[in-house]
Design a protein. Structure first.
Length: 367
């Protein structure tokens, strides 16, 4: 069993860089937690502090319920996989995988049995006699994984382990890694800046920005109900539409969202109306995923925005339409078979993913 908890963890480097700013995070036993964020946001520093390769400036690293700040890396029962697999070039695959066992004094026979088991689980049983230079990138990555799991660690720490591979192999290996860690029941903390990797592999995703933890939740939660505007804009391609609106709760029990030149009317019994009702008189930001916007005929009444198609972008399996809706441009997924040469007004119905107040009580949120 292995759990990880970071409590008020801050890391300030000697040059004054605040790499990690008061982060609190719990990783459950057997959980696959992905740390996601842009380059330089502090993900690797978090991982290195959990590994014991970096000391927190303040706060607690708790492993299995015990304060681990002063625990040496080798006493933390963790295995780390980095992006530059760092295999020993002069050793065979089998010796590379078995190396941690040799270090801890496991005899040759049980060692080669364990190596064979691990190699076969990773699909590299037939290359045990080769050297790393005789392997493909994907095979080398599997060897690195094998070397990490051979000691049956309670906790896996992985720092962008797939970033040096081509995209096809990355997709294949991400399924393998998440499958394998689940099979082994190993708690995993996985760092990446690739949101597709994060959303497909994680049980939960922790999103960081400039050292600060922005949101933690299942992929569905952080995608559908982002905690901050930053997360709303960061996750998803195309980017979520974010429109400012002024909220008015009308006496006849409907809600009007004034957005630039347009007003969106929501009936009171609409779940989205209730979500914004308590912002009466305030300016909020409404978040709408492209796929949540549905084109409807121009004469449709009700909760409809009107826009003019500026251009269409074809992506093979889908088309994105970029529309002007007065003060704003929005992106709509699949405009409903409209041929590219037709640019006309469209009504847009239905929006989801309501986001946050920007102004008023909460103050402006910086994107
Ligand atoms: P990447 O995805 O590029 O690896 P990251 O999110 O993992 O980025 P970190 O490597 O944790 O980011 O770095 C966080 C911040 O701390 C960055 O601004 C980085 O420049 C800084 N930093 C990292 N190591 C040191 C160090 N030893 N001394 C000073 N600053 C550092």
């Amino acid at each position: 069993m292995a759990t990880v908890a970071l409590k008020d963890v801050t890391k300030v480097f000697p040059d004054g860089t605040i790499a990690v700013d008061n982060v609190n995070l719990d990783v459950g036993d057997g959980e696959f937690m992905v740390l996601l964020g842009p380059s330089g946001c502090g993900k690797s520093t978090v991982l290195r502090m959990v590994a014991g390769l970096e000391d927190p400036t303040s706060g607690a690293i708790v492993l299995d319920g015990e304060l681990a700040n002063d625990l040496a890396p080798r006493d933390r029962k963790i295995a780390m996989v980095f992006q530059d697999f760092a295999l020993y070039p002069h050793m065979t695959v089998g010796d590379n995988i078995g190396f941690p066992l040799r270090l801890s004094g496991v005899d040759a026979e049980p060692r080669s049995e364990r190596v064979a088991d691990v190699a076969s689980a990773l699909g590299i049983g037939d290359v045990l006699g080769r050297r790393p230079s005789q392997l493909s990138g994907g095979q080398r990555q599997r060897v690195a994984m094998g070397r990490a799991i051979v000691r049956r660690p309670g906790l896996f720490l992985m720092d962008e382990p797939l970033s040096n591979l081509d995209s096809g192999l990355r997709a294949e290996l991400r399924a393998e890694i998440s499958g394998l860690t689940r099979e082994l029941g190993v708690t995993t903390l996985y760092v990446t800046h690739d949101q597709a990797e994060a959303l497909t592999m994680a049980d939960r995703v922790a999103i960081m920005r400039r050292g600060v933890l922005q949101d933690v939740g299942t992929p569905t939660q952080v995608y559908g109900r982002p905690a901050t505007l930053y997360v709303a804009a960061f996750l998803g391609a195309p980017r979520m539409n974010l429109l400012e609106a002024q909220v008015y709760v009308h006496l006849d029990r409907h809600i009007a969202l004034h957005m630039g030149e347009q007003t969106l009317y929501l009936p009171w019994n609409d779940i989205r109306a209730r979500a914004v009702a308590h912002y009466h008189g305030e300016r909020i930001v409404v978040g709408m995923r492209a796929e949540a916007l549905v084109p409807v005929p121009v004469d449709t009444e009700g909760d409809v925005l009107r826009g003019r198609i500026r251009y269409l972008e074809h992506h093979g399996h889908e088309s994105l339409a970029f529309l002007d809706i007065g003060a704003y441009a929005v992106i709509v997924d699949d405009i409903g078979g409209t041929p590219p040469e037709v640019a006309g007004p469209r009504g847009l119905r239905r929006f989801g993913n309501l986001v946050k107040r920007v102004a008023g009580r909460g103050g402006e949120q910086e994107l």
